[in-house]
Structure formats: structure tokens, C-alpha cells
Design a protein around this ligand. Structure first.
Ligand code: B12
Length: 355
């Protein structure tokens, strides 16, 4: 049987998908074979067995799925990987808490969900009855590896996916589909290399980055301020500086990030938390309702009021914010022992210079 010349071929369908993805605001879109197992399968297992994941137990639970899309979609054939540029110039005034750039505006999970839903509809037009599953971040796939397989970028010593157009200031989302597409493959020549550069390793105050492209997540300021729900280890507190939610130091120092371009995605520009946060405002919040009213729709919600206040105490102590002593003294009496203890630590840090 001869193929109908009007029937779009795999190549033109793939091209159509990529064009549509960039039209709806993705920075890039590439495709890898679902059966193309990431090279880091063993690396991931070792990373977990060495307890680099700390208390992120979902990473252990996800281990069998991380490199096995067929366990997510049984007839998985292709993974369509997309990136979104989220870079924002930092507007910091005065001595306050810093927020990582990815968390300045609207939660990227929501932004991806909307865009991936649109892309998914497009896929359904091109392949009626196709089965798909999509994720961004919260899914159980080793996203950076699949993104590398699809040639979206390469992994740097800061463990970030570094892209030719936007450096590492991109987030990743993907759609798994049970259809064959035209595939991209990793081409080192299209990317930079880290070479002998170790700036990210040196800049990390908590020494979370190792020289073998690995991170000890338990030491990463991002983990300490977001994923960690308990006390922040005392010896790490002074090293957190003014980071109250996440950290960008290992990206800011990266020479590949000269490629940064402000994101045109309105949801990222619409600052909910902004790049800097008023510590007095955070420390004075009394109810979860106040917290939700201020941060609804923002990634900050993940820390909850309790986590954010804990972090704000540490930053207040590090910045020696004498003006915050009255509110910190009140928090020393908190019924929540986590808050009381962190407030206590901050008061002692501030009094070290004021006495
Ligand atoms: C758990 C997690 C964290 C943890 C652990 C981070 C880590 N490096 O593993 C913590 C809380 C610390 C964290 C922090 C951040 N995260 Co995070 N995180 C994740 C999550 C959910 C899983 C990552 C994971 O499985 N880690 C385990 C390690 C072993 O796997 P991996 O890092 O993905 O990939 C490794 C292997 O592929 C291997 N590898 C690949 N090639 C090679 C080559 C060689 C030679 C070697 C040896 C290894 C190797 O090295 C990679 C890096 O370790 C992913 C989303 C996802 N579903 O994948 C987001 C994700 C990695 N995070 C992301 C972001 C944005 C961040 C922060 C920048 C947020 C912030 N500003 O605070 C920081 C960056 C800190 C850093 N330098 O990694 C983005 C990264 C985008 C990008 N451009 O790379 C992701 C992909 C989310 C998304 N969908 O966009 N994160």
C-alpha cells in the first residue's frame, strides 16, 4: 500500500509539535526515545544509597520509575521535553531575605500545567487516541538526563542542565506519548563544557557540590530552606547568608549564564514573592490564612508559614537585624519549639554585635 502523500509524516508532525511548543512560550522543545535509558541509572542508585537525598523519601520511592517511562505509560514510545526560561533580574534593596529566581512569580508547576495541557491537545489533534502523560518536576522521571538525551543541554558541575540559549535558567517539563516521533540525540559539540572551571563548587557556602558532578542535597541551601521540615543544623545556619527560600549562587557564578535573558513569561514576571522579602512581614505573620493570602499561587507555599518563619529567623540572625529584636523576642515564646529555637538563635546572633 502506498502512503498518502498528504498524510503528514513523522518528521513533519514532530516539527509541528516543536513549532507549536515555541509558539505557546516554551524556550525549546526536543524529543527523545522513551527506551533510551539515561546514562545515570546507576549514578542515581548510588546517589540514593549514599544518602545524598536527605529526607526527600519520594526520591527513593521514585527510583524504579526514574529511568523507566514504560512503568508510567506502558506503551511509551517518545518523551517530548520542553524548557521554560524563568530568568529575572534581581531587584534587591536593603538588608532583607533573598528568594531564588524560580520562586519570584507564579508557581512554575501551574505555568507548565497550562502549557503542557495545550501541547497535549495539539498531540491529540495530530494523533487521535494517543495515550499521554505529562509532568514538570513533580513527576518521577530523571528530567535532566532525558533533557540531555534530547540534546536540550548538558549537565554542568553545579548539576544543572545548561542550555545553549538561556544557560541554566530554565525549568523542565515533559510529555510521554505512545507514538513514534523523529528523535533528537545528544551532540556535545552544540554545548559548552565545564572544563577545569570549578567556580560553582567554590562559591557554594555549605560545600554541597562535590567535584564529580554530584550534590549532597542535605547541604544545599535550597534543600535546607524548602524541603527540610525540621531544624536547620546550627553549623549551617551562618552559611545560609540572606537566602530565605532557595538559592541561586551556583547558577549566578556560572560563566555559561552570560546567556541569561529576562523571561517573557508574564506569570514569572508577575512577582508574588519578588526577589526580596520583608523579614519583618514574615516574622509578624500569625496565621496560615495570612500566609495564604500573601503567597497563594507562589512556590513559597511549599515551605508553609512555619518553614518560612524558621528561615527568616536564620536570615535575621545572619544579617544582624537589630530592628527585628522585638518580634524575634516575641517568637522566642512561640509554642512551636521549632520557631522558638530558631528565634532564640537569631537573638543570640544579633546580640553578639550589639552587646
Ligand atoms: C530533588 C530535587 C532537588 C534537590 C536535589 C538537587 C539535585 N541536584 O539532585 C534540591 C532540593 C537540593 C534541589 C535544588 C534545586 N533545584 Co531541584 N529538583 C529536584 C528533582 C525533583 C529531582 C532531582 C533528582 O532526581 N536528583 C538526583 C540526582 C542524582 O539526579 P539529577 O540531579 O536530576 O541528575 C543527575 C544525573 O543525571 C547525573 N548526570 C547526568 N549527566 C552526568 C554526567 C556525569 C559525568 C555524571 C557523573 C553525572 C551525570 O548528574 C545529574 C546531576 O546530579 C528535580 C525534578 C526531577 N523530576 O528530576 C528538580 C530539578 C532538578 N530542580 C530544579 C531547580 C530549578 C532547582 C534549583 C535551581 C532551585 C533553587 N534555585 O533553589 C536548585 C538547584 C540546586 C542544584 N545545584 O541542584 C530544576 C533544574 C532545571 C535545570 N536547568 O537543571 C529541576 C529539573 C526541576 C524542573 N522540572 O525544572 N532540587
Amino acid at each position: 500500500m502506498t502512503q498518502d502523500i498528504n498524510e503528514p509524516t513523522q518528521r513533519s508532525k514532530t516539527e509541528n509539535i516543536k513549532q507549536f511548543a515555541t509558539k505557546i512560550g516554551f524556550a525549546d522543545c526536543k524529543v527523545t526515545r522513551a527506551s533510551n535509558r539515561p546514562k545515570s541509572e546507576k549514578f542515581y542508585a548510588d546517589w540514593i544509597s549514599q544518602n545524598n537525598h536527605g529526607e526527600m523519601s519520594y526520591l527513593v520511592k521514585h527510583a524504579p520509575l526514574k529511568t523507566n517511562p514504560k512503568q508510567i505509560l506502558p506503551n511509551a514510545k517518545s518523551i517530548i521535553l520542553t524548557t521554560l526560561n524563568y530568568y529575572q533580574p534581581r531587584i534587591n534593596q536593603g538588608n532583607n531575605g533573598q528568594i531564588a529566581r524560580y520562586a519570584n512569580g507564579r508557581d512554575y508547576h501551574k505555568v507548565f500545567k497550562k502549557k503542557l495541557t495545550e501541547l497535549d491537545k495539539k498531540l491529540n489533534d495530530l494523533f487521535p487516541n494517543a495515550q499521554t502523560r505529562f509532568f514538570a518536576d513533580s513527576g518521577p522521571l530523571l528530567e535532566r538526563d532525558y533533557a540531555t538525551n534530547a540534546n536540550l543541554g548538558y549537565i554542568g558541575k553545579n548539576t544543572m542542565l545548561i542550555t545553549p540559549k538561556y544557560g541554566s535558567w530554565v525549568l523542565i517539563g515533559e510529555i510521554i506519548i505512545d507514538q513514534e516521533l523523529e528523535y533528537d540525540s545528544f551532540n556535545q559539540l552544540e554545548h559548552g563544557v565545564c572544563g577545569t572551571c570549578t567556580r560553582c563548587i567554590s562559591v557554594c557556602p555549605t560545600k554541597a557540590l562535590k567535584s564529580d558532578y554530584t550534590i549532597d542535597a542535605k547541604l544545599c541551601i535550597s534543600y535546607l530552606t524548602i524541603e527540610n521540615k525540621g531544624p536547620i543544623p546550627i553549623e549551617l545556619r551562618p552559611l545560609m547568608g540572606d537566602w530565605v527560600f532557595g538559592c541561586d549562587l551556583c547558577q549566578e557564578i556560572c560563566p555559561h549564564n552570560f546567556r541569561q535573558k529576562p523571561s517573557t513569561e508574564p506569570n514569572f514576571n508577575q512577582a508574588i514573592a519578588g526577589s526580596q522579602i520583608d523579614l519583618q512581614e514574615i516574622l509578624s505573620m500569625q496565621t496560615e490564612e495570612q500566609f495564604v493570602a500573601r503567597f497563594a499561587g507562589s512556590p513559597i507555599m511549599r515551605a508553609k508559614l512555619r518553614g518560612l518563619q524558621r528561615n527568616a529567623c536564620v536570615v535575621a540572625g545572619n544579617l544582624k537585624r537589630k530592628d527585628l529584636l522585638p518580634i524575634l523576642t516575641q517568637l522566642q515564646q512561640s509554642e512551636d519549639i521549632l520557631i522558638a529555637e530558631h528565634a532564640d538563635w537569631a537573638v543570640q546572633e544579633i546580640q553578639k554585635i550589639t552587646n
